[in-house]
Design a protein. Structure first.
Length: 378
């Protein structure tokens, strides 16, 4: 069938890793034999524009991994949080006309993120197409979405033909707010890219994410400090950038463990794969996660994962990792257990669980069944 994905989050000239979970799903569908297109209308913050410049703004076309992308990067108005809803609907009509002229009319629209909902419903009405929506925004779980966008999102969810949440915890949160049913279909991982290799001879705890209060790397640092003397050769590697990076570096120095902690900076996908293949354990310490793609990427590399009970990872990590309370004593105990049990760890078993539930093939199969149903019912 012909699937058109509409999204405001997708890898782009400003942020190569933005919305990678959407591009993974698009590639999975293409590998399953579907014709897949993407309308990516992406708001770019002024901070990113200041760092990279204006030349990445504007429309672009690309064809990669069997997926045709019609993209548009535009400047986000500061603090006008609902601007993408209007801008996507305004600019997307012309992009859709060009897409249909070149690639034909799709059978189904799959929207990733409610900001593209206004555009999707206009296209649905014009071409008589069913609409599926997958929501990813963690603000629904943190209860920090502003009233205007929340009201629009709930209206869009009620209008869509099918709704998807990426984890059970997120499903419950969305259903509680919207009063309409969601089904759970997880994000996908490319198991051809993320795969095990010979780890480092040292025992390495790795994490990767923006240094923010939500990601809470401070917990990882304090927990590691609590037990590092009991784990000979153990190291903590922290990848990412962000507002709390400098504070975390200072904290590591004050604790006197700088020789055992490495700050890796912002890594691209190839570098993330390399670091995961060197590591022994992957750490997640977030307050809220709708899914946590890094968890299944780490599992595909055969890693033991330790995560806080933050939502999404509770669906994935429980299968072959550990959920630890977001406090130093519990989290450090989980880290020490992973170190003690290192010789019993079976990377192949972890990867097998990941492949069965989160591989491209597994996720594409679930989506295909859902698309077939909504098309037949429309």
């Amino acid at each position: 069938m012909h699937v058109l994905i509409i999204t405001d989050s997708y890898p782009n000239p400003f942020r190569k890793a933005m919305g990678v979970f959407v591009s993974d799903q698009a590639e999975a569908l293409a590998q399953a034999g579907h014709q897949v297109g993407v309308l990516a209308l992406i708001p770019i913050s002024w901070n990113d524009i200041k760092q990279i410049g204006m030349r990445g703004l504007g429309a672009y076309e690309q064809h990669e991994h069997g997926v045709h992308v019609s993209g548009l990067c535009y400047a986000q108005w500061p603090k006008v949080y609902s601007y993408p809803i209007w801008r996507n609907a305004h600019s997307g009509n012309t992009m859709m006309l060009r897409y249909v002229q070149t690639h034909g009319q799709p059978d189904v629209l799959h929207v990733h993120g409610f900001h593209s909902g206004k555009l999707a419903m206009r296209i649905s009405k014009k071409y008589q197409l069913p609409v599926v929506v997958t929501e990813h925004n963690s603000r629904f779980m943190a209860h920090t979405l502003d009233a205007k966008r929340l009201r629009f999102a709930l209206q869009f969810f009620q209008q869509a033909d099918e709704r998807i949440a990426v984890s059970e915890a997120f499903r419950k949160a969305l259903e509680s707010k919207s009063k309409v049913p969601f089904q759970v279909i997880p994000n996908a991982v490319n198991t051809e890219v993320f795969k095990p290799a010979a780890p480092s001879s040292d025992f390495i705890f790795l994490s990767a994410g923006n240094f923010t209060s939500n990601k809470n790397q401070r917990l990882q640092i304090d927990a590691f400090h609590a037990v590092c003397d009991q784990m000979p050769g153990a190291q903590l590697w922290l990848a990412g950038d962000g507002e709390q990076l400098a504070t975390c570096k200072t904290h590591v120095q004050q604790l006197g463990i700088y020789a055992k902690v490495r700050f890796l900076g912002q890594l691209n996908r190839e570098e993330i794969v390399k670091r995961m293949q060197q590591a022994s354990v992957f750490l997640i310490s977030s307050n809220h996660e709708t899914f946590g793609v890094v968890a299944i990427e780490a599992m595909a590399c055969g890693l033991h994962v330790i995560a806080t009970p933050c939502g999404g990872p509770e669906d994935t990590v429980r299968l072959c990792g550990e959920i630890a309370k977001g406090e130093v004593a519990a989290y450090s105990a989980a880290m020490f257990r992973a170190f003690q049990n290192r010789l019993q760890h079976n990377p192949d078993a972890v990867r097998a669980v990941c492949e069965a539930r989160f591989s491209y093939q597994a996720v594409a199969r679930q989506l295909t069944e859902l698309y077939s149903r909504v098309i037949s019912e429309s």
